[in-house]
Design a protein around this ligand. Structure first.
Ligand code: NAP
Length: 241
């Protein structure tokens, strides 16, 4: 590996993921733009490169074992390692999604991408992360997955699609368990919440810009070696579980 820090961002072709790629790239890092659609991926890589960012495309469908294995090989072959993994890709899975009406198939699809996809990608990239001097894993979660906020009287999150919400609670549990298992490795693993951000995910109803939404991921990707692990953060600090 060269001295340049290398990051892979999943779902980096648009929205918050694109801005995470842009933000980390602006630090002089080499950025793998993980995206499943070739055209959308190429367009994003070209746009980042036009902005002076050292970006390269990584074909990646987080819901597909073979795609993820091939992505790990591509990163290893092309840049020889990985320092930072940002698990950003996620879907809502269609609405409405209330507990009493949601289709089991919808839940399966959402969990396949938002949860199993994170395990799949993380475990495929882990050998490279273990070999890095300052490895970081950032799981893009959401405060809607917080049990504490869901159960605090007076906090109204509105009608959050239930499979999506539960997938983020599940993801937060994984963040804690990965951090525990990897505690002696130097790999810092944290969940970050971007806040309610205007993207395709919510029909651009969010109130923050994608660049604002990306800030917490950039913070967690650049933590010092003695930084926190196994935590859940947004721009204001720790988010209650
Ligand atoms: N927006 C918010 O208010 C908000 C709030 C809290 C948390 N978040 C989280 O922030 C992250 C980014 O969301 P966003 O708002 O930027 O949404 P977005 O604009 O819809 O972007 C989602 C990204 O994930 C990709 N993706 C979905 N399924 C994939 C798969 N199987 N393999 C590879 N990539 C896949 C999408 O690629 P395609 O273009 O191919 O679909 C897209 O690049 C998500 O984890 C989301 O849960 C968002």
């Amino acid at each position: 590996m060269s001295g340049q820090t290398i990051a892979l961002v999943t779902g980096a072709n648009k929205g918050i993921g694109y801005e995470i790629a842009a933000g980390l790239g602006a630090l002089g890092w080499q950025i793998g733009v993980g995206a499943r659609d070739a055209e959308r991926r190429d367009t994003a890589v070209e746009k980042l490169r036009a902005d002076g960012i050292d970006a390269f495309g990584v074909p990646l469908d987080v819901a597909d074992d073979e795609s993820v294995a091939a992505a790990a090989e591509l990163v290893a072959d092309r840049v020889g390692g990985l320092d930072v993994l940002v698990n950003n890709a996620a879907i809502v899975g269609g609405v409405p999604q209330t507990p009493t009406t949601v289709e089991p198939a919808t839940v399966r699809t959402v969990v396949e991408t938002n949860v199993i996809g994170v395990i799949r990608v993380t475990n495929a990239m882990l050998p490279m992360l273990r070999a890095s001097a300052s490895p970081r894993i950032v799981n893009i979660s959401s405060s809607v997955g917080s049990f504490a906020l869901q159960t605090t009287p007076g906090i109204d999150m509105g009608q959050v699609p239930v499979a999506y919400l539960a997938s983020k609670t599940f993801l937060n549990a994984l963040t804690v368990q990965y951090a525990k298992e990897l505690a002696d490795t130097g790999i810092l693993v944290n969940s970050g919440c971007p806040g309610y951000t205007a993207t395709d995910l919510n029909g651009f109803q969010g109130v923050r810009t994608a660049s604002q939404g990306a800030a917490i991921a950039i913070h967690l990707a650049t933590l010092p070696d003695d930084g926190p692990t196994g935590g859940f953060f947004d721009d204001a600090g720790a988010v209650p579980w």
